[in-house]
Design a protein around this ligand. Sequence first.
Ligand SMILES: NC(=O)c1ccc[n+]([C@@H]2O[C@H](COP(=O)([O-])OP(=O)(O)OC[C@H]3O[C@@H](n4cnc5c(N)ncnc54)[C@H](OP(=O)(O)O)[C@@H]3O)[C@@H](O)[C@H]2O)c1
Length: 382
Amino acid sequence: MKVAVLGFGTVGVGVYEMLKNAPALEAGPVLVRPGKEDTGFKVSSIAAITSDPEVGAVAEVMGGTHPAYEYVSAALEAGKHVVTSNKALVAAYGPELAKLAADHDVAFLFSAACGGGVPFLHNIALAVESDRIKSLGGILNGTTNFMLDAMQSRFMSYPDALAEAQALGYAEADPTADVSGLDALRKIMLACAVAYGQLPDEGLCREGIESITADDVNHFQSKGLTCRLVTSGGLSENGSLFAYIEPVLFPASAPECSVLKNFNMAKYDGENAGRIVLMGQGAGRWPTASAVVRDLCDILHGRRIMMKPDCLRVAADNSSCAHSYYVRLPESEISRLPVEKAECFEGVARVITKPLSVLEMHQIAAELRKEGGSLFFAALGE
Ligand SMILES: NC(=O)c1ccc[n+]([C@@H]2O[C@H](COP(=O)([O-])OP(=O)(O)OC[C@H]3O[C@@H](n4cnc5c(N)ncnc54)[C@H](OP(=O)(O)O)[C@@H]3O)[C@@H](O)[C@H]2O)c1
């Protein structure tokens, strides 16, 4: 199958090179911006690809929602299979594109958009055919994991850990999507869409790592705890979908503590299979390209669907998931929380709460910040 590649950047170059060595696949034309067609295999018009009868599939690795949405739609309408690594595109337009693919009897797969080289969506798509997934999630952002690991193992400050992540190419010049949790939240949206046929795009709770300090990390270490940024999704007992991201504190025995540097750890709980854990590189040229090529090989084996064509957009309900939380906040604000125990020093309180719902904790934090207060919170994990 000849594969056209849209975008010739970090992932695009990797996909193109891998296609040249994949036995059942062939590298086709590559879409670049006008003026950048410096060799014979590069084209600058999507029509040159959609009208090429030899092209059987398109790998979209340009990023962004526009014109990626228009180009992917045109490819599907022209009867080409599509594989993408673009989480922003699938989070915004996944249901429309999945329906378009089904209408034209072609594939729309997006493993690389969640977990890079870690075959998370690939395995969820297989698992739902034979099992019921009770919950899913994990450490799905390598940049923030690198920073939290550097703060704990090398006692770095937040700004220094971020600067090192940027210098190593793990964090972008504008790191907001990573450190605010948005990047990983989009991934859990996609994972829920694959597992449950429901894309949660409202009611999501999001807490990143922007408020953590070296003092917080020192405090956790003194208690034998390790902080990780964790996404969670699943079905509550009342049948509603929950989806959120927040820092979590783990005891040394937890597998999350062994996820170091920029690695990812994705997991799901199957009703029959039990807990399945996948660990590996969540980003980078070759891991991400390998996921794109794996999807293309899956198409050759007959797989067409990752997100069902009737996938619904739903609001997440995070009111029935409850944990105890660690909260660092001004001592004067302690009465806002259901306190289990507290340590106070020089006007700063470090509180362990009684269990409260994810929704309540995120609402309390939002209210306090709106009033100008500063805090950091993390759930207590198992
Ligand atoms: N990098 C990773 O580790 C990774 C991991 C998982 C998923 N992803 C996803 O993969 C996608 C690509 O990421 P990347 O890191 O490869 O980005 P990148 O290095 O910035 O590459 C994107 C390429 O697409 C090109 N492009 C953008 N818009 C275009 C247009 N309208 N027409 C033609 N070419 C266009 C860019 O060209 P210009 O340089 O001319 O702008 C650039 O060459 C993103 O959706 C990203 O979220 C990346």
